[in-house]
Design a protein around this ligand. Structure first.
Ligand SMILES: NC(=O)C1=CN([C@@H]2O[C@H](COP(=O)(O)OP(=O)(O)OC[C@H]3O[C@@H](n4cnc5c(N)ncnc54)[C@H](OP(=O)(O)O)[C@@H]3O)[C@@H](O)[C@H]2O)[C@@H](O)CC1
Ligand SMILES: Nc1ncnc2c1ncn2[C@@H]1O[C@H](COP(=O)(O)OP(=O)(O)O)[C@@H](O)[C@H]1O
Ligand SMILES: [K+]
Length: 503
């Protein structure tokens, strides 16, 4: 599935119309008929529906929806919130078809008038503004939105809640707070931002017959789904041996922090790693080893001296390395040597990100992939921006950062945004609030470590790893646990069930 900006959506429409030869009227017919079909399955004929239409093509969708609902015997009325001359093109065509049905069309100019009418209805279908919204919401639409939000009725938005921008980085001035949104063709960027996602309510994407070539014409971001995992997850070779399933190392864990490295190592093993070595300080080895007997151990001699040649040899045998979980925030020497002396992917997480920030000021010689996995607080630290700014622009800030520093960025949150050094982006929206606990990030690092050892393509490896992590939490909360009691260790155990659905 794709994720689009408003500009990309217009480009996709243009391509479908000009190169695909599908007329805009037909796309509108498809959009309206698909939404109407969903509405007839979700609501009953006892519920009275008010379709509110504006001036653009979003309003055009509203006329089609109303026509299909009326044909199916639903009690539906169209309220036109703009002057007649504002409705043009494809929307005017479909308005004409609606009028031909001889069902009512009311033109409303006053908010109070709308309020009085709405008292007689159960459901509002919001087809007032789509992705063409620009700038501050003008009157009288502004007051209409207030009336709708205060109505207490069920609000179903078409494509996007009216007034909400499609793109990140735009202040929300006034918008409908929908209970449900039927998104046309592809989710818009604001579906995935903390402040704007709440306006959508539940959402569902309607396929309106736009050819895939139209999407590919503008190379939009991807939303990672099970079918993408099934298509890209490496198959196990019948004659596999532990070496062919990948050798990985987790480096971290100061004396008082054995837990994080234990979680990473166990998660890496549960994800199918052939061999995992834990590199940590002497005090941690018996603690971690007692709960992770499958791993081997490598002694890190303190944190002050950097790597000796003994260390370097061990690191160079690895297919991927994860660095930083519980390592403490001092001394970037070790990380520099690790990055410069290895040719395998290195993932940097947690405290390791503070070390990496220190290295940004100097040149690090490295050709192999580097992956950073910050949460929003860590990303704010790395980019010298505020968390609020980052939450409004996570896609563009991640992209700019990944391109500037030539790293893979896994920006973790409810929706995790994964960016490649060339700017390509994938979103993993799996998971739930049960993951908002200490240690779940360490588990993710372990899973990603194993994925890096086993996939050809780093971006896909990371997307698949995030899918496994989030889906494990989803299964566990559906069947056994709740979002309250879920622990990071449970997420490791839950991986078995996710893998069974992939084979
Ligand atoms: N083939 C296709 O294209 C398909 C498109 N589809 C559908 O089309 C939708 C996009 O249609 P669109 O481009 O007409 O934009 P849309 O938001 O409906 O109207 C824009 C108008 O709103 C107004 N307005 C803007 N800002 C405002 C403000 N701040 N405050 C107040 N008013 C404001 C302004 O009108 P004005 O008053 O300036 O004349 C402007 O002209 C898309 O979301 C999807 O639903 C589907 O049917 C599939 C096929
Ligand atoms: N509300 C949420 N919904 C879905 N996933 C979440 C949510 N909160 C956190 N997560 C996921 O949980 C993990 C938390 O990572 P992190 O903050 O690094 O934890 P820690 O450092 O304590 O191990 C990330 O993978 C993140 O995407
Ligand atoms: K709308």
């Amino acid at each position: 599935m794709y994720i689009v900006t408003a500009e990309e959506m217009y480009e996709i429409d243009r391509y479908a119309i000009e190169k695909g030869g599908i007329e805009g009227k037909i796309l509108m017919e498809n959009a309206g008929s698909q939404v109407a079909q969903q509405l007839t399955q979700t609501f009953t004929k006892r519920e009275k529906m008010a379709v509110l239409v504006g001036s653009g093509n979003n309003g055009g969708d509203g006329f089609v929806i109303a026509r299909y609902l009326a044909e199916k015997g639903f009690d539906v009325t169209v309220f036109q919130l703009v002057a007649d001359e504002k409705i043009k093109g494809d929307a005017a065509f479909h308005k004409h078809l609606w009028l031909n049905t001889s069902h009512p069309l009311y033109q409303i100019t006053e908010p109070l008038e709308l309020k009085q009418h709405l008292c007689a209805y159960d459901i509002i279908i919001d087809a007032i503004l789509g992705i063409g919204v620009l700038g501050e919401i003008r009157e009288p639409i502004r007051s209409f939105i207030n009336v709708i939000n205060q109505s207490g009725l069920v609000k179903v938005a078409i494509d996007i809640p009216s007034g909400l921008p499609a793109n990140e980085g735009i202040h929300v001035d006034k918008a409908i707070k929908a209970d449900l949104t039927y998104i046309i063709d592809a989710p818009k960027t604001t579906v995935f931002l903390e402040d704007t996602s709440r306006y959508y309510g539940k959402w569902q994407v309607m396929n309106i017959g736009i050819p895939d070539a139209a999407h590919q014409s503008c190379n939009p971001n991807h939303l990672w789904r099970k079918k993408d995992v099934l298509a890209s997850f490496p198959k196990r070779d019948l004659y596999a041996h532990k070496g062919s399933n990948g050798k990985g190392m987790v480096i971290g864990g100061q004396a008082l922090m054995p837990g994080s490295i234990l979680l990473s190592a166990r998660a890496a093993l549960r994800s199918g790693a052939g061999l995992i070595t834990v590199a940590t300080v002497r005090e941690n080895i018996p603690i971690v080893a007692s709960q992770c007997v499958e791993a081997t151990y490598h002694l890190l001699e303190g944190f002050s001296g950097g790597f000796q040649s003994r260390n370097r040899e061990a690191f160079q045998q690895m297919d991927a390395i994860a660095f930083g979980m519980g390592i403490g925030r001092q001394n970037a020497t070790m990380l520099r040597e690790l990055l410069e002396s290895t040719t395998c992917p290195v993932l940097i997480d947690a405290d390791g990100l503070y070390h990496w920030k220190d290295l940004l000021r100097s040149q690090v010689k490295r050709d192999a992939p580097t992956v950073i996995t910050p949460h929003f607080g860590e990303m704010a630290m790395l980019t010298d921006r505020s968390v609020a700014e980052l939450k409004q622009n996570p896609f563009s800030i991640s992209r700019q950062f990944a391109q500037q520093h030539q790293v893979y960025v896994v920006l973790k949150g409810k929706n995790t945004i994964i960016t490649a050094p060339d700017g390509e982006q994938i979103v993993s929206d799996q998971g739930n609030a049960g993951l908002a606990k200490g240690g779940t990030g360490d588990v993710l690092s372990g899973i990603l470590l194993t994925m890096l050892m086993q996939h050809q393509n780093v971006l896909i490896a990371l997307a698949n790893g995030c899918y496994l992590h989030g889906t494990s939490a989803e299964y566990l909360v559906e069947e056994k646990h709740s979002e309250i009691d879920l622990l990071a260790t449970d997420v490791i155990e839950g991986l078995s069930q996710v893998f069974r659905t992939l084979s």
